[in-house]
Design a protein around this ligand. Sequence first.
Ligand code: M6R
Length: 617
Amino acid sequence: MCGIVGYVGPKSTVDVLLGGLKRLEYRGYDSAGVSVINQQGDLETRKRAGKLAILVDDITKTPLGEAHIGIGHTRWATHGAPTDGNAHPHLGGTTQKLSLIHNGIIENFAELKSELLEAGAVFASETDTEVAAHLVAAEYDKSGNLIESFRTVVRRLHGAFTILVMHEDEPGVVLAARRNAPLVIGLGDGENFLGSDVAAFVEHTKRAIAVGQDEIVILRKDSVEIENFAGDKVTREEFVIDWDASAASKGGWSSFMAKEIADQPQAVGDTLMARLGSDGNVHLEELASLTSLIPNIDRIILVACGTAAYAAEVGKYAIESWARIPVSVELSHEFRYRNPILTKNTLVVAVSQSGETMDTLMATRFAKEAGANVLSICNTQGATLAREADAVLYTHAGPEVAVASTKAFTAQITSMYLLALHLATARGTHSLNELQEIGRELLKLPAQIAEVLASSDAIRTLGKNFKDAKTVLFLGRNVGFPIALEGALKLKELAYIHSEGFAAGELKHGPIALIEQGQPVIVIVPSPADPDSLHAKVVSNIQEVRARGAQVIAIAEQGDTEVAKYAVEVIYVPKVHQMLAPILTVVPLQIFAMELSAAKGLDVDQPRNLAKSVTVE
Ligand code: M6R
């Protein structure tokens, strides 16, 4: 889950690499490094443990030479602690003329390392990556052909990797290979780029190519060739990046997370755009390839991890209720290893912001092999998941940089509402009028999120006030339950506070024992207009925890005066169709976690131990 960037062209390479790494830093931030071949033809490498800023400082004080070719890396450690020595790039061979960076895990590195040690190689790090550097250097010493040497080595590697390599004796070319890890090419005019995702180069070009599985790229300033590991030429279609480069910058906000929370009206609006008419009719052209399957779907399995899995949980309620198809939500890493029953009439929906989460990718491949159809709900153009699925429904949240997912979450839920309405319309489970009415409610969401954001002072203050809390509990029912889980996850990952989300009805079955005097409990309260009178049940749950000393903060619908009697604070959100409430109720919870984290002096965008895109199993 590291970030990689490569460049060949006339611009100042160090600037291009550091700019690309800045936008990829969300992928890992425990060390960073770059290699360039300077104008004198010498390979120069600089790498430092810690965040990218440390490397940037170092290079500012002692600049690298002017160069027009280079590679850069930002690391999330797997093999070897985050030290200067383990940071990438790694140099290969005794002459140290070859530089290599890697994202992924080389599973057979121990065996390859023994072979190299026997041959006299000297290792400077504890990483799996360094074996690849020595192997390519050794092959090159034998053959004098860099491409052939690289091809020979990548064929020997097992596991997941995107590898970039360059050699002082071949100063015009960067080679790249990918297996089970992302790699995208950026096509420029007299310059070309490589990146883990398009964010690496979107400020320089909007033209891109997604590299396929087991493919090698030969990148020069005025040419790009792709071949498979056997050396056969491959043609891949170019696509146009629809992200605006400025969307991947903070633009004056205190953090990317603050900006991304504020982006949510647009993220939801853009996800609806061109798919939902003002009459409330849904048109999902992207699902055309699934048309003949839709009447026959007997089961939907939503696979995802983390926040995406909580979005999927909300999707389950909507799809079951509107399209009347049985739905289960499975954590990708559990699903893949428990021999689930899949048929050609099973639709597996893989939900992922990055489209590169290895657990979700493996679940998807497994489902396809078992004969199921796969739809991906994905935010990143050209991502592996989008390419491997039978159909893709893109969320249009724009680049999400903060590690804690916010706007991707609300956009994922929005996509699942659209999917549910599309399936319901196709299967005729409800009258068109009813479905259109829900569609028209969906159209109001962007303005309603903006309203929640505009009245967020109270939740911001609460976040600051609870900075010393040791534990925070979240309760919800029905679609409020996944929001309770998401609120708790946000707090864990951002503020390092123990927090748990519970189904409010489950409380009396055990968790209520946790409640003691002063315990903060945040409750997502359903609408009082709820036909199943869940409101009354949740108010009872509030009274139960209050009676045991809890301080209750309620997230409730405007006009809900009943709940105000039992809560120390009520955060009101606009009245909305009960199924759509999660898009509004999650926003105060995101803000609460962000403010609490900031009040503790923590890094909101890059919490400890995490990376945004988890590309290892
Ligand atoms: O890219 P994905 O949506 O597949 O990522 C899944 C999870 O790793 C991700 O949602 C994670 O839980 C977030 N850091 C939560 O904020």
